[in-house]
Design a protein around this ligand. Structure first.
Ligand SMILES: NC(=O)c1ccc[n+]([C@@H]2O[C@H](COP(=O)([O-])OP(=O)(O)OC[C@H]3O[C@@H](n4cnc5c(N)ncnc54)[C@H](OP(=O)(O)O)[C@@H]3O)[C@@H](O)[C@H]2O)c1
Length: 251
C-alpha cells in the first residue's frame, strides 16, 4: 500500500463561517491545516475542535490581518517556518457593510474595498510568487455573485468582489503554464455571520454545502464555479439584461 502524502493547506480568514465548514471537511490525518485570521484566541479554539474531529495533526494558528498590508511580506516566511511547503491556499476573508451606511460613511466603503480587493491582492501576490517558483500549488479565492453586475443595493461591496474576480482571472492566466492552478468561487447567499441580519429565503444555502462544492471544484480543477450551481443561471439572466433596462430596475 502506498502512503498518502501530507498536504499543507493555509486558510486565510479561517474564522469565517464558510472557512470553518471547509476546515471541518478537510480535517484528516493527511492534512496539516494552517488557520490564519485576526482573532487568534478563536482560531486556537477551532484548532482544538478540528484536531479532535479530524484525528489528524493539530492545526497551526497564525495571526493575519488583510488590512495590514505592510506585514504581508513577512507573513509567508512566518508560515513557512512552521510547515515545509504550502500546497493549497484558500482565501475566505471579506468585509460586508450595508450599501446605505457605506454611502453615508466612506470609511465603511474604504474598509470593504481595502479588505476584499487590496488586502486580497496583496497577500495573493506573495502566495503566487511562492507557488510559481515551486511550480505547483492551488489558490482558491472566494469572490461573490455580487461581483458579476453592479446594482444600486450593493455596488460598493460588489465592485470590490468584481475586482477580486478579475484579479483571480488574470492570476490564473499568468500561472497556467507554471503548474499552479487558480479557482474562483462565487457563492450566492450563504447562512453565515456575514448575513446574520438578512431575512433567510429559499435562495440561502448552508456553509457545509458550499464547502463540499468547493472541494469538488478543486478536485475537478475547475477554473470558476458558482455555488450552489443554480446561481450560474440566475447570473446569466442578470448579466444579459440590457443596461438601458437594468439601470431602471430596483435591485
Ligand atoms: N455569506 C454570504 O452570503 C456570501 C456570499 C458570497 C460571498 N461571500 C464571501 O465569502 C467569504 C466568507 O464569508 P462568510 O460568509 O463566511 O462571512 P463571515 O463569517 O462574516 O466571515 C468573514 C471573515 O472575514 C474576516 N475578515 C474581515 N476583515 C478581515 C481582515 N481585515 N483581516 C482578516 N480577516 C478579516 C472576518 O474575520 P473576524 O472573524 O476577525 O471578524 C471573518 O472571519 C467572504 O469573502 C464573503 O465576502 C459571502
Amino acid at each position: 500500500m502506498t502512503e498518502q502524502k501530507m498536504k499543507n493547506i493555509l486558510i486565510l480568514g479561517a474564522n469565517s463561517g464558510m472557512a470553518r465548514a471547509l476546515a471541518r471537511e478537510l480535517a484528516s490525518p493527511q492534512v496539516q491545516l494552517i488557520l490564519a485570521g485576526r482573532k487568534v484566541a478563536e482560531l486556537e479554539k477551532s484548532a482544538k475542535d478540528l484536531e479532535i474531529r479530524g484525528h489528524g495533526p493539530a492545526p497551526k494558528v497564525v495571526s493575519f490581518n488583510a488590512l495590514e498590508t505592510g506585514q504581508h511580506e513577512q507573513f509567508l516566511p512566518e508560515v513557512l517556518s512552521r510547515v515545509e511547503t504550502l500546497d493549497e491556499v484558500y482565501l475566505f476573508f471579506g468585509q460586508l457593510h450595508g450599501q446605505a451606511e457605506a454611502q453615508k460613511d466612506f470609511s465603511l466603503a474604504w474598509e470593504m474595498l481595502m479588505t476584499n480587493y487590496v488586502g486580497a491582492v496583496s497577500i495573493l501576490e506573495r502566495v503566487a510568487a511562492y507557488m510559481e517558483k515551486r511550480g505547483q500549488g492551488i489558490i482558491i479565492g472566494v469572490s461573490s455573485v455580487a461581483g458579476d453586475r453592479g446594482r444600486q443595493s450593493n455596488y460598493l461591496y460588489g465592485s470590490s468582489k468584481a475586482g477580486l474576480t478579475v484579479y483571480l482571472q488574470g492570476l490564473r492566466n499568468r500561472l497556467a503554464r507554471s503548474g499552479v492552478h487558480v479557482l474562483t468561487v462565487k457563492p450566492g447567499f450563504v447562512d453565515t455571520p456575514m448575513t446574520r441580519n438578512k431575512k433567510k429565503g429559499l435562495l440561502f444555502t448552508q456553509p457545509k454545502a458550499i464547502a463540499q462544492g468547493m472541494l469538488k471544484a478543486v478536485r475537478a480543477r475547475k477554473n470558476s464555479v458558482y455555488l450552489p450551481g443554480f446561481w450560474k443561471y440566475i447570473m446569466l439572466i442578470i448579466r444579459s439584461v440590457p443596461e438601458s433596462v437594468f439601470k431602471k430596475l430596483k435591485m
